[in-house]
Design a protein around this ligand. Structure first.
Ligand code: NAD
Length: 490
């Protein structure tokens, strides 16, 4: 397997790998083993300036002149290159994040489809002309918003990067991408592939580095026209402040505390395994993790018992093993934070019915954990834990289910399990969330808008509408009158 373990990675600016101005290199290790993985250049503000200048030059130069059909061809070519290098990319991602390789493979496949979807969606970018009467002719032009600064977190580095890159490139923008400093490897590798398939230098630049310096500088930068950010709600709020001075266009994909509502008439053969998947996928380190199980009271005891038994059967371990279902958490520090929440839950009166203690040995492993008897006002039901920890809370009827579902500051996702389709649709309308699944745990597909209500952010990714967030509309007005236009009668 040709994974470049302990390979050195530079920044990727203007079509090539380059040293950071400071010469600073960061050592990365594998979260699952603690073993060294790679040495990666860490960008500083000067490097961001260089990347933004390269992105501006590409926009004014070759990339800005690239017609839509050629942009479409290049997006397909990048999809092909990712597909051809999938083994290398998947192993790199699994080692860098500690995520189960089976999950990484599914995310990579979706990443490829994202590029293909937006390669086709380019055809939908068009202005319009409508009659406004008299001798005036009007038409609109759709133009790229300019240089897009894109900031991604550590939990889905490869897939999130494809969510960000594909619509921006389709719209004709150039990009300065800042991956999380802990998980930059697949983004750097994809930038190399983009250059190899022919994206002009400067079109896609990647500058890994700390959020509070490199990320903040990118957000404040006057040469950056738009910021697309995925990360925590606290950082999203800071980005709104930092972007205010330069009136940044913003897309914010933030945190979640999503409910999974199970009615007593649900098909449990489907609802139990799907509900288990919807929290423990990616070891619960997902924005859309259904981390609150809301269960109809008459089903509560049976659900707690069946759900916990299923959670205990999950295979936790080496991310590179094909059978592993739950890999490592991102770091020992994050595992301690997750465990701190579980301890707090115990103190608040929750009952730990599965997991609840960090796993011994190397790596940052934490077992699938179930907290029962949870009141929705407890900290563990309100705060995003971002680990393999679920709370289970009973409800009496549909009205209470809707109230509890909405009783958090977030609104990213919700899933409803019921044998009554009309109830599913009724409830879908009452829940304040960007995506609602009815008897369906999956959340994100190319072509289907994904994003948040409330403090889960604004703007949508993955959809056709996402293109609009990377475009400006210019109105062009023309007089076709044979007479001179002389409003002052001069
Ligand atoms: P984070 O907010 O700490 O970091 C996210 C990114 O922002 C990183 O690249 C980081 O370096 C950068 N950053 C940090 N401070 C910054 C600043 N002041 N200015 C500019 N950039 C800055 O989040 P995290 O802990 O890495 O990621 C987990 C969070 O992301 C969770 O809250 C999760 O729900 C959320 N998330 C949301 C979605 C979604 O689509 N809604 C998807 C995945 C993750």
């Amino acid at each position: 397997m040709a994974v470049a373990t302990e390979r050195e990675y530079g920044l990727f600016i203007n079509g090539e790998s380059t040293e950071p101005a400071s010469g600073e290199i960061r050592e990365l290790s594998e979260p699952a083993t603690g073993e060294p993985l790679a040495r990666v250049a860490s960008a500083g503000e000067e490097d961001v300036d260089r990347a933004v200048a390269a992105a501006q030059a590409a926009l004014a130069g070759d990339w800005g002149k690239t017609p839509p059909t050629e942009r479409s061809r290049l997006l397909h070519a990048l999809a092909d290159a990712i597909q051809a290098n999938r083994k290398e990319l998947a192993e790199l991602e699994a080692r860098n994040v500690g995520k189960a390789i089976s999950s990484v493979k599914a995310e990579l496949a979706q990443g490829v489809e994202n590029f293909r979807f937006y390669a086709s969606a380019i055809a939908s970018i068009a202005g319009r002309s409508n009659p406004i009467g008299g001798s005036l002719l009007f038409y609109s032009l759709k133009e790229p918003v300019g240089v897009a600064g894109q900031i991604v977190p550590w939990n889905y580095p490869l897939m999130m990067t494809t969510w960000k890159l594909a619509p921006a490139l389709a719209a004709g923008c150039t990009i300065v991408l800042k991956p999380d400093s802990a998980t930059p490897l697949t983004a750097l590798r994809m930038a190399e592939l983009a250059a190899e398939v022919g994206f002009p230098p400067g079109t896609l630049n990647v500058v890994p580095g700390p959020g509070t310096t490199v990320g903040a500088h990118l957000v404040r930068h006057p040469g950056v026209d738009k910021i697309a950010f995925t990360g925590s709600t606290a950082t999203g709020s800071e980005i709104m402040r930092l972007g205010a001075d330069t009136i940044k266009r913003l897309t914010l994909e933030l945190g979640g505390k999503s409910p999974n509502i199970v009615f007593a008439d649900a098909n449990l053969e489907d609802a139990i395994p799907s509900s288990v998947w919807s929290i423990y996928y990616s070891a619960g380190q997902s924005c859309e993790a259904r981390s609150r199980m809301l269960v109809e009271a008459s089903l509560y005891d049976e659900f707690v018992s069946s759900f916990s038994e299923a959670a205990k059967r999950l295979k936790v371990g080496d991310p590179l093993e094909a059978e592993t279902q739950v890999g490592s958490l991102i770091s020992p520090e994050h595992r301690d934070k997750v465990h701190g929440f579980v301890e707090q839950g115990r103190e608040e009166g929750a009952e730990v019915v599965a997991g609840g203690e960090p796993l011994e040995g190397k790596g940052a492993f934490y077992p699938p954990t179930v907290l029962a008897n949870v009141d929705n006002r407890m900290t563990v039901a309100q705060e995003e834990i971002f680990g393999p920890v679920v709370t289970i809370t009973p409800f009496e009827d549909e009205k209470e289910a809707a109230r509890l579902a909405n009783d958090v500051k977030y609104g990213l996702m919700a899933t409803i399990w019921t044998g009554d389709p009309a109830r599913g649709h009724r409830l879908a309308r009452r829940i304040k969330a960007g995506t609602v699944g009815i008897n369906m745990p999956y959340t994100a597909f190319p072509g289907i808008p994904f994003g948040g209500y409330k403090q889960s952010g604004f703007g949508r990714e993955l959809g056709l509408d996402t293109l609009e967030l990377y475009l400006e509309t210019k109105s062009v007005l023309v007089s076709t009158s044979p007479k001179p236009f002389n409003p002052f009668g001069l």
